[in-house]
Ligand binder design. Structure first.
Ligand SMILES: Cc1cc2nc3c(=O)[nH]c(=O)nc-3n(C[C@H](O)[C@H](O)[C@H](O)COP(=O)(O)O)c2cc1C
Length: 348
């Protein structure tokens, strides 16, 4: 089976396709290795590659694609609005072992949207029309889109005809506007509207953190499958749990020690030849910001972790909270907002 057949099998199968969301500084090789070990997903997205007049695909993202350890298709995501640069980049990406190229229409970071890229494009639908057309014509293989539902207000009524016209092979919808960032509930009705209108499969995205929420999201949206981001950092077992839940089998919960083991794996996998201990403790906090919210709802664990100066203090705090056999749901408390990547706030 070639990569495109593999993609088709993943998105058109009987079971809902499950995708790991693209996440800057997270969804690279070490994290993919861990996810594959914890049961894996059907589709892996790279974090976005910036495309402009002098860009080249970022080296570490290319390395992740070349060494893809998951056995599953990888989709290369790009962000940008300059059609000639995108057309120049497409063959560079297609020389890599990818199953599809994805266009980002959702990034809510002001530094991105103010340049009319990512979510900023949802204010410029005539440009989206040209971009989608140019990409569809230039990509002989699979072409996918990841979008929010609008910039300040939903624009799904205007976006749908463009998606129908340019026929992407898969569309992911994060059910919020750009200005909603990561706050508030998901507009399931808008995801449903898009899913019902398009001939291609649609993945629903946003706030899935338990197998029950996965089932509810599929029910409310009628989407073919799901994309999960922060819920997977917090709980790498989530995809396996969703599959068990769908089979009607009991869903095993990880114990504190399992979560401790996962944090140790993150430490080991992300350590590289140039790592130094203090820097590595700092970079682990990128994951712990998300994991921590599933450990204590009151923020105590995170407050302590954020002050940990070195490895021994870092793991001593982890052991204090996690060296036990009690089952953990790893659900975040409702309404917690934290600083995340790209200067945005990622509501947990
Ligand atoms: C740390 C972080 C980095 C992200 N980077 C990207 C990215 O590079 N490309 C993208 O399309 N979305 C990015 N997102 C958005 C996620 O892909 C996803 O749409 C969002 O987190 C909502 O899904 P969730 O509630 O399952 O996390 C990022 C999100 C987070 C938390």
């Amino acid at each position: 089976m070639n990569l495109e057949q593999h993609f088709d099998a993943a998105v058109h199968g009987a079971e809902p396709p499950l995708a790991l969301a693209p996440m800057q500084d997270v969804t690279h090789l070490p994290f993919w290795r861990i996810m594959a070990r914890y049961g894996g997903v059907d589709l892996y997205y790279t974090e976005y590659m910036r495309v402009h007049s002098v860009s080249r695909p970022e080296r570490w993202i290319v390395d992740s694609i070349l060494q893809n350890p998951t056995g599953q298709p990888v989709i290369a995501q790009i962000i940008g609005n300059d059609i000639p640069s995108i057309l120049r980049t497409i063959p560079l990406l297609q020389a890599l072992p990818i199953a599809a190229i994805d266009l980002n229409l959702g990034c809510p970071a002001p530094v991105v949207y103010k340049k009319c890229a990512g979510g900023g494009l949802l204010r410029e639908l005539p440009l989206v029309d040209r971009l989608l057309g140019a990409m569809r014509d230039a990509i002989p293989g699979r072409f996918t889109v990841k979008t929010r539902i609008g910039f300040d207000d939903p624009v799904t009524d205007a976006l749908i005809p463009l998606l129908q016209k340019h026929r992407p092979d898969l569309v992911t919808v994060h059910g919020r506007t750009v200005l909603e960032m990561y706050r508030g509930g998901i507009h399931y009705d808008h995801i449903r509207h898009i899913a019902e209108a398009l001939p291609c499969p649609v993945l629903a995205n946003g706030n899935v953190s338990t197998p029950d929420m996965a089932a509810e999201t599929l029910r409310l949206t009628g989407a073919k499958g799901l994309m999960i981001g922060r819920g997977a950092i917090r709980n790498p077992w989530i995809f396996q749990q969703i599959r068990r839940h769908r089979e009607g089998k009991p869903v095993p919960l990880p114990s504190g020690r399992d979560v401790l083991g996962y944090i140790h794996e993150l430490w080991e996998e992300t350590w590289h030849s140039e790592s130094i201990e203090t820097g590595h403790v700092h970079s682990m906090k990128r994951y712990l910001n998300f994991i921590g919210a599933g450990i204590t709802g009151d923020g105590q664990f995170l407050n302590q972790i954020r002050r940990a100066p070195g490895k021994s203090e870092f793991f001593a705090i982890c052991r204090d909270y996690l060296d036990h056999h009690e089952p953990m749901t790893l659900e975040p408390p409702a309404g917690l907002v934290q600083k995340g990547a790209c200067g945005t706030n990622h509501q947990l």
